[in-house]
Write a protein that binds this ligand. Structure first.
Ligand code: GDP
Length: 425
């Protein structure tokens, strides 16, 4: 069966933890979009890891991990990650890289930095990992597929020259930065080739076979619904689709094979980068939630930057679940809220004097003010609890309130960062 694990919110919902947990009973874990611009934090018996590019199944020797064609493949980052696993005693994972995946080129990272510099205060808050320039080039049809590393030298050199010609106009005349040398890029690509060669495969053919054999397959999403370029808070979004539906495209699987869509939804809100964030809180209230949040505070797994904090947002999360097509909701980091006397929840948006509960487009979202309802807290530590009935009554009431408002079943409650911190309902 194919299951997708995706985010309901702005990312950082705890998808890595849920994937690592479900990978125990899976044969294959696939990354199908995004790149090294976000990290999945995983805590298991090997320690704490922030994976940026590797699928979260790499800690199990029975799992085949696939980097799908939809990913922005940063080869040096991938190999650094593989090396860091090895250094920490994790057995070398089974890894396949799609021959159709495209590569983040060194200049994509430069263009990302230069553009943020040029935009100054009006920047998108990019992590400067080259993701937007990468996907722009992919759709402009001037990207480089892994398969192209294996083409004739003359043809590859010719393509590099052609691409550098246009890039150099921008570098020279817009950014006033050093120009690209196609010969140097060719050498870099040959280094990449040597690195990836043992892993390259026709992964969609592999997956087709796996589906026929009834294997358990997990699609691991990056970021969340609200960062989707079509359905999110455009333009403050990422450059590849964050939706489960895209899993079919980004992995090369039949769409009808995705039978379960597990949408990971966090018990409060956090976001990185710019953009409207209706339930955002500030000052001491935000600092305390940030300090207590996640595992060791809400700071970016890739950048270390403090995340923006807010209360649970019913409007955004219900929309996030709907647009993903949730069959199950995994409600995470609930343990963090145990310090609060009362828990505010954003249940509506007031826009131009009217209360709405459907998530609006960006222009309207920017005008939205949160409508807050308050629930009583449970004032204790719920980590270690294994059964739903053993949760404090106010904690169950919070979960049931959220579930009712979402309109999708919460089938898993995560009450700690570890693999075993999970309550099934
Ligand atoms: P992802 O990108 O969706 O995988 O999320 P991140 O890894 O960026 O952020 C989630 C953070 O919350 C990580 O530090 C996790 O270890 C942590 N985490 C996940 N689930 C839980 C939970 O139920 N409770 C607590 N306290 N932390 C959690």
């Amino acid at each position: 069966m194919v299951k997708a694990i995706v985010g309901a919110n702005w990312g950082d919902e705890g998808k890595g933890k849920i994937t690592d947990m479900l990978a125990a009973e899976s044969d294959i874990v696939i990354r199908f979009q995004g790149g090294a611009n976000a990290g999945h934090t995983i805590i298991n018996n090997y320690g704490k890891f922030a994976l940026h590019t590797l699928p979260s199944g790499v800690f199990y020797s029975h799992v085949t991990n696939i980097i799908g064609n939809g990913v922005a493949l940063n080869i040096p980052v991938l190999f650094k990650e593989l090396q860091s696993l090895e250094e920490r005693g994790v057995p070398h994972p089974h890894l396949l890289i799609s021959d159709r995946a495209q590569m983040v080129m060194p200049y994509h990272i430069l263009f990302d930095q230069y553009e943020e510099e040029r935009l100054g205060g009006k920047s998108f808050g990019s992590t400067k990992s080259g993701i937007a320039p990468f996907y722009s080039d992919k759709y402009a049809k001037i990207g480089f597929q892994v398969s192209e590393l294996f083409m004739d030298e003359a043809d590859l050199r010719e393509k590099l020259e052609r691409v550098c010609e246009t890039k150099n106009v921008l570098l020279r005349d817009l950014y006033h930065k050093p120009e690209l040398d196609p010969g140097e890029l060719y050498n870099t690509l040959m280094e990449y080739k040597a690195m990836v060669e043992p892993y390259v495969a026709d992964t969609s053919a592999y997956l087709w076979e796996a589906v026929q054999q009834g294997k358990e397959i997990l699609l691991e999403g990056q970021l969340g619904s609200l960062k989707d370029p079509d359905h999110g808070i455009y333009p403050m979004v990422t450059s590849s689709s964050t939706l489960a539906a895209y899993g079919a495209v980004g992995a090369g699987l039949p769409p009808y094979e995705i039978k379960k869509v597990i949408v990971v939804c966090k018990a409060y809100s956090s976001a990185v980068g710019a953009g409207a964030f209706v339930s955002e809180i500030f000052g001491d209230e935000a600092d305390e939630l940030r300090r207590r949040g996640g595992d060791g505070g809400e700071y970016g797994a890739t950048t270390g930057r403090p995340r923006r904090m807010g209360w649970f947002d019913v409007v955004a999360s219900r929309y996030g679940c709907r647009i993903q097509g949730a069959t199950d909701v995994a409600f995470t980091v609930l343990d963090v809220l145990g310090y609060l006397d009362e828990i505010p929840v954003c249940t509506g948006y007031e826009i131009d004097g009217k209360v709405v509960t459907d998530f609006p487009t960006t222009r309207l979202l920017e005008k939205a003010k949160p409508v807050i309802e308050t629930l009583p807290g449970w004032k204790c530590d719920i980590r270690g609890i294994k059964k739903y009935e053993d949760l404090p009554e106010n904690c169950r009431k919070y979960i049931e309130f959220v579930e009712e408002k979402l309109g999708f079943p919460i089938t898993m409650v995560s009450n700690g960062p570890g693999r075993e911190d999970i309550i099934y309902r």
